[in-house]
Design a protein around this ligand. Structure first.
Ligand code: SF4
Length: 691
């Protein structure tokens, strides 16, 4: 066995330091544990992070594959890459946008940066996005609106300093166990308030649980602001000195009483939230807020609550909870929604700087960021002729996934992954990639801390690192884009140099510094600096907005749900995370996929009932788990089951392009067909809707 090698857990965005040991024989990670010397977690780790790193329940890909006569068959790297670059060159010659690229928050910073350089620079396509848009884009937009820049202003250092913790539309007890431990430790002397339609594990641990109707978060947030104003809780000195737009935000505030009724809560719930905000409060939110057609507006309304009550500064602030391990790194460096350093995509200076660094004509860079993943999939098989997926599984992860999967058969699909996923089933070429423990790089956690990812084992034969594969593909399309086998450290230096002087300045970071310090938070504009609380200017504030003040949201209309319940579909389907899963459950569910369990209130279905869950997009056979934690009228399915997204709604937030995963209309239909029906019986809807 090898010695213990320090690395960072890539299972969720808490970013715990791990120690890992390589296997005695062959390749592989033998054992994993928390790293007591890592500044983020000081030895803590959760079961998911340890077991899914050491022993993922998944089928590894070990050789390149190509499709011949309808079958995926093994081939050489030369043949596989030759087919990929030939298909991309032909499509690119017709139109750069004919090649689509979909990345992931599972990649290292180096691979994410390289993929952006390949997509925006070598290919010059606007059809480039990442699955991080599916979970964080609404928060990103809200941060830009409020502070002129992305990412939480606060950090983990503020958790023990907070007096109250408000967790809104998130279940960190399951999604972020180590962080939730810090939150509950801190709340022992304070208060924990959880806002969620479902009585989640986090809600069970809370002092107060507020249960709005699914989809009513914006209504509730505006009700709380109305109540804060009505009860004289506004921090007028802070609002006056450091913000703009407060009067406009308040101009169309709802009547608090009516808004409570619309959100399905009592006035006492709103008072409890306002009262929590009286103290030094961290306001966390997650996918329950972001994954909505109102995601940006709701995240903005939550930031408004912090601004109105002066909850900015030590122990306070808005704190979006990122899911995927390196979603933040994707935001900083992947050139997806902005240029490296979180520079505006339309910023001409940034475009010129990037084009020069990449050695391409600035005109080669696409003019806009593209339509988002859902919009991209509408173009798959139409404008998009070649699609390259990297460490992501859209056949299971996109909303209305059966439609997405069908479209994958209409393009030349290149699937780059460590594991055999549902998407791989549709591929024309499969590029087997290394996973954690097998490659070098860095990752950036949800509170901006960059930490090293290290290999503990040699690369398995037949497998290449993400960075190496991306460089080979990009060089095949545009020779000279990368070194032949780029070193991760050199790519990191190229990436951080591009962030110099930007809002997300990482230019003071290097592998040597990370090795010495264990991990360093950005902004890090020089070799010594690391900023914990952003936007501080002495005792005052200097936000990245034009005026230097923080901005209240513009109060987007609280319009109708995209798919309300109806006579034909009287129930609301929502989705959530289980403790052992991320990324469509690829690492946790193994080869066999059991019939999904649908949680429903005992008033709506009996335990063990065999049902189909139907929405306007399809139907899925399921078994009921009667559970009073789920409100009557609501159905709950795990986001990790590959059948779930056959049911979800592809409507997106108009600002963030994030899908409305958390709410759609559904019905339960009893099954009387004897044996359990396998997942593959999930069907497409006939499309008829009787209402
Ligand atoms: S909390 Fe997240 S980062 Fe930490 S060990 Fe668990 S899965 Fe890994």
């Amino acid at each position: 066995m090898t010695g213990w090698v320090p690395t960072t857990c890539m299972r969720c965005a808490v970013g715990c330091g791990h120690l890992q040991r390589g296997a005695d024989l062959g390749n592989g990670v033998d054992s994993v544990r928390g790293d007591a010397s890592h500044p983020t977690n000081r030895g803590l780790a959760c079961q998911r992070g340890v077991s899914e790193t050491a022993d993922p329940a998944a089928t590894f890909l070990s050789r390149p594959l190509v499709r011949r006569d309808g079958e995926l068959v093994p081939t050489t790297w030369d043949v596989a890459l030759g087919k990929v670059t030939e298909a991309m060159r032909v499509a690119h010659e017709r139109d750069p946008d004919a090649v689509g690229v979909l990345g992931s928050g599972q990649q290292t910073n180096e691979a994410a940066y390289a993929l952006g350089k390949a997509a925006r620079g070598a290919l010059g396509t606007r059809h480039y996005d990442a699955n991080t848009t599916l979970c964080m884009a609404s928060a990103v937009n809200a941060y830009y609106d409020a502070f002129g820049s992305d990412a939480p202003p606060c950090s983990y250092e503020d958790v023990p300093k907070a007096e109250s913790h408000v967790v809104w539309g998130a279940n960190p007890a399951v999604a972020h166990p180590v962080l939730f431990r810090w939150v509950t430790d801190s709340a022992r002397d304070g208060e924990l308030v959880v806002v969620d339609p479902v009585e989640t594990e986090s809600a069970e641990a809370a002092d107060v649980h507020v249960q709005p109707e699914p989809g009513a978060d914006l209504t509730l947030a505006r009700a709380v602001l109305a109540h804060v104003v009505e009860t004289g809780r506004v921090d007028e000195a802070f609002v006056e000195a450091h913000t703009e737009g407060f009067d406009d935000a308040c101009a169309d505030l709802p009547d608090a009483e009516a808004a409570c009724e619309a959100a399905g809560v009592e006035r006492a719930d709103v008072e409890a939230l306002a009262s929590a905000l009286d103290a030094r409060t961290l306001l966390y939110w997650g996918m329950g807020v972001n994954q909505s057609t109102r995601g940006t507006a709701t995240a903005g309304a939550l930031i408004d609550l912090c601004l109105a009550t002066g909850n900015l500064g030590e122990g306070t602030g808005p704190f979006s909870l990122t899911g995927q391990a390196n979603s933040m790194g994707t935001r900083v460096c992947s050139s997806k929604g902005g240029w490296p350093g979180m520079c505006d995509y339309d910023d001409l200076d940034a475009r010129a700087r990037v084009a020069e660094a990449w050695g391409v004509d600035v005109a080669r860079l696409p003019d806009d960021t593209g339509p988002g993943p859902v919009g991209m999939f509408e173009a798959v098989g139409d404008d998009i002729e070649v699609l390259w997926t990297v460490a992501t599984n859209p056949a299971a992860g996109m909303p209305d996934a059966a439609d997405a999967a069908e479209r994958l058969d209409d393009v030349f699909l290149v699937a780059q992954d460590a594991f055999h996923t549902e998407t791989v089933e549709h591929a024309d070429v499969v590029l087997p990639a290394a996973t954690w423990g097998e490659s070098e790089g860095t990752t950036t956690n949800m509170e901006r801390t960059v930490s090293r990812v290290r290999a503990v084992t040699d690369l398995p034969a037949g497998v290449r690192t993400d960075l190496d594969i991306i460089a080979a593909v990009a060089n095949g399309v545009r020779p000279g884009t990368f070194e032949r086998h780029p070193e991760p450290a050199a790519v990191f230096d190229e990436m951080t140099a591009l962030t110099a002087g930007t809002p997300a300045d990482c230019s003071g970071l290097s592998y040597d510094r990370l090795d010495d310090a264990g991990a360093v938070r950005w902004p890090a504009p020089d070799a010594e600096t690391s900023v914990a609380y952003r936007y501080r200017d002495g005792d005052g504030w200097a936000f990245e907005t034009q005026s230097g003040d923080a901005r209240f949201s513009t109060g987007a209309p609280d319009d109708d749900l995209p798919e309300p319940t109806s006579e034909s579909y009287p129930l609301t389907l929502t989705t959530g995370r289980e403790s052992d899963g991320y990324n469509t459950g690829v690492r946790s569910r193994g080869g066999e996929t059991a019939v999904p369990t649908v949680r429903a209130n005992p008033a709506d279905a009996a335990d063990g009932d065999r049902v189909t869950v139907e929405t306007r997009r399809g139907s899925v056979a399921a078994v009921v788990a009667a559970d009073p934690a789920v409100p009557s009228g609501v159905l709950w399915l795990s986001i990790h089951h590959p059948a779930t997204n056959r049911l979800t709604l592809p409507a997106v937030d108009p600002r963030s392009a994030e899908p409305n995963y958390k709410q759609c209309a559904a019905r339960l239909v009893p099954r009387t067909d004897g044996a359990d029906v396998p997942e593959t019986s999930a069907t497409r809807s006939t499309g008829e809707a009787s209402d």
